[in-house]
Structure formats: C-alpha cells, structure tokens
Design a protein around this ligand. Structure first.
Ligand SMILES: CC(C)(COP(=O)(O)OP(=O)(O)OC[C@H]1O[C@@H](n2cnc3c(N)ncnc32)[C@H](O)[C@@H]1OP(=O)(O)O)[C@@H](O)C(=O)NCCC(=O)NCCS
Length: 175
C-alpha cells in the first residue's frame, strides 16, 4: 500500500477503523464551513463517506488520511483525479501541516501518474485554502456562481489549476 511520509506526517490509505477519527473531523462545523457538505450529523454519514474513500483507493485513486503522531487528523488527495481535496481538524490548523500534506500528495501524483494538470474548486471565502494553493503554484483558472448547495445555502466556486510544467518549475527553483 502506498504511503507518504513527510517530516511531521504519515499519509496512508484509509481503513475501516479510521471511522471515529474521521467523524471527529467531518462533524466539526469549523472544518466544514467551506466544505461540500454540512457537518456530518451521524457516524453513519461518515461511514458512507469512508466507504467511498476506501472503494476509491481500491479502484486506484490517490486519496490519503493524514496521521500526525499516529492519530488521524484529516485527509488529503485525489478521490478522483485531477481534483485535489483536503481537510484538517481545526486543532491542527495554522502550523503548515496542510501545505506539507497537500504538497506531498501533489508531488506523489505528478510523479506516479501521467496527469498533465491538477485542479481545485474552492469557496471564495476560504482564504486559507486559496493561500495554500497559491503557495503550491496553483493559479486561478475561473469562477462560477451557485455551484454547490450545502444544507440549503448556495455557494460559489473559484477554480484553480496546476500544470505539470509549473509543478516541475517549482521543484527546480526549490533545489
Ligand atoms: C484549508 C486548510 C486545509 C488549511 O490548513 P492549515 O494547516 O491551517 O494550512 P497551512 O498552515 O498549511 O497554511 C496554508 C497557508 O494559508 C495561510 N492561512 C492559514 N489560515 C489562514 C486564514 N485563516 N486566512 C488566510 N490565510 C491563512 C497560511 O499562513 C499559509 O500561508 P503561508 O504559507 O503564506 O504562511 C484548513 O483550514 C482546513 O482544513 N479547512 C477546512 C476544510 C477546507 O476548507 N478544505 C479545503 C476545501 S477546498
């Protein structure tokens, strides 16, 4: 099984026993403020979500739970290429951990898959996510209104993309 180790994190494929830890993340209204669903109201809802993640990985997707010191604190990766998705429990925000995790899955997927470009769909109110993507060299590619209906409220989207050449250029300028 693929796993990715970064200085502070281990990213691995999800397992059935990740249910409780992922529910803690996905039921937190702070974490889901700009997410595609309202906070999970039951373990059953998280179970369905986790089943989808496990099935996706079995079918070859590159989606990972994020472990810090052996505890699952979120997820990062590609349930369906080329769209990246990530979420961390708020206790772990503001320490560069999402940048570390998302940077690692981006490097992994460009290295392991013949994909030309990656994409992201972000709520315009999600300043942290926008900043994270820009730091990883994603650029804005477009926008659309009323793209997601989350719990009865319409949300807009900003679209971002990262082309393989830009990713490679970032790696070269870092070395
Ligand atoms: C988006 C999210 C993953 C960021 O996690 P994080 O670990 O706090 O991110 P990082 O610490 O790596 O910070 C990324 C960048 O955003 C900046 N940032 C963090 N919080 C910010 C905020 N509230 N406002 C503006 N910028 C912010 C950081 O300073 C950093 O930029 P820098 O490298 O120039 O300093 C986290 O807030 C989260 O899980 N949110 C809920 C789920 C979500 O919105 N997912 C994305 C859906 S598109």
């Amino acid at each position: 099984m693929t796993q990715i180790v970064t200085p502070r994190l281990r990213l691995r494929h999800a397992r059935p026993d990740d249910l409780a830890a992922l529910h803690v993340v996905l039921s937190d209204p702070r974490a889901t403020r700009c997410w595609s669903t309202p906070p999970h109201g039951s373990l059953e809802e998280t179970q369905l979500w986790l089943d989808g993640m496990i099935a996706g990985n079995a079918a070859g997707s590159d989606d990972f739970v994020i472990e810090r010191d052996g505890v699952v604190i979120g997820k990062a990766g590609f349930w369906r290429l080329p769209d990246v998705g990530y979420i961390l429990h708020p206790d772990h925000w503001g320490q560069g951990l999402a940048s570390e995790a998302v940077g690692a899955v981006v490097d992994h997927v460009f290295t392991a898959r013949p994909v030309d470009a990656l994409s992201a769909d972000v709520d315009p109110d999600n300043a942290a996510s926008i900043r994270l993507l820009e730091r990883l060299s994603f650029v804005r590619t477009g926008s659309a209104e009323r793209t997601w209906n989350v719990g009865g409220e319409w949300k807009d989207s900003l679209y971002f993309g990262l082309r393989r050449e830009a990713w490679a250029g970032r790696l070269n300028s870092a070395s």
